[in-house]
Ligand binder design. Sequence first.
Ligand code: ZN
Length: 290
Amino acid sequence: MRYLFFVLTLWLPLSLHAEEKLNVVTSFSILADLAQQVGGDRIELTNLVDADADAHVYEPSPDDAKALLRADLIVANGLGFEPWLERLLASSEPAGKRINASAGVVPLMLEEDGEQVPDPHAWQSLTNAEIYVRNITKALVQLDPDHREGYEARRDAYLARLHALLKRADAQIASLPSSQRKVVTSHDAFGYLGQAWQLEFIAPQGLSTHDEPSAAEVAALIRQLRSEGVRAVFVENIRDPRLIEQIAEEAGATVGGTLYSDALASEGPASTYLGMFEHNLDTLMAALKR
Ligand code: ZN
């Protein structure tokens, strides 16, 4: 009996430990989906900026700070996308491991207020999303090496789907003539997509959504759309659509639908990263082929 008790006390904490999940915190919905795809049932996920919400202007809550303190792993985008998270991490100094999912991406540099800054929206290229998935997998395996096989199997299954979508995007966009490759969106969120497939994205707002464009900037954009005959104009899920609707009307264009820029959809096909990318691709193609 004494022996049995001894065995039980040894066994119980060990078995609890084996069932313990990693607490993972992601800064916004796209990273949440990627982390969940790779983490599967081995992680307990807390995401900070919701689907359909704008991470550029996010104000963290006390609950967010608590979640960060509990985290084994904190996954941010990096490239200056989450200044609010950097401030929060600097003040609370959580003990968990931190990674930038975009580490290793070649940043697209743009001029913003006279300064060269990296474009943070690297997830809009599927090739970059593969780097994100590999970085997240590596961090999960480092923290939970006993379950390496599971993480790597989920990573590989996911990347197979990503590569299939990449192939389809390559083929579809290659069929567009060079005169039908101009697109208007609310803010500069699609630079990496444009770079990957030679599409030109034009936006009344810059890299962030902080500053509203001036009346003169909007008027200049409308003139440009008229003179170049741009027909593909889109609203974004994270932005008020009224400015884009006004621009489209004054330029004699129609709004071609909604593009998901900095957040997944709360529900429906665009509520996963691959679903979001597919939705954006189909929406863009339908408008550009008109
Ligand atoms: Zn953005």
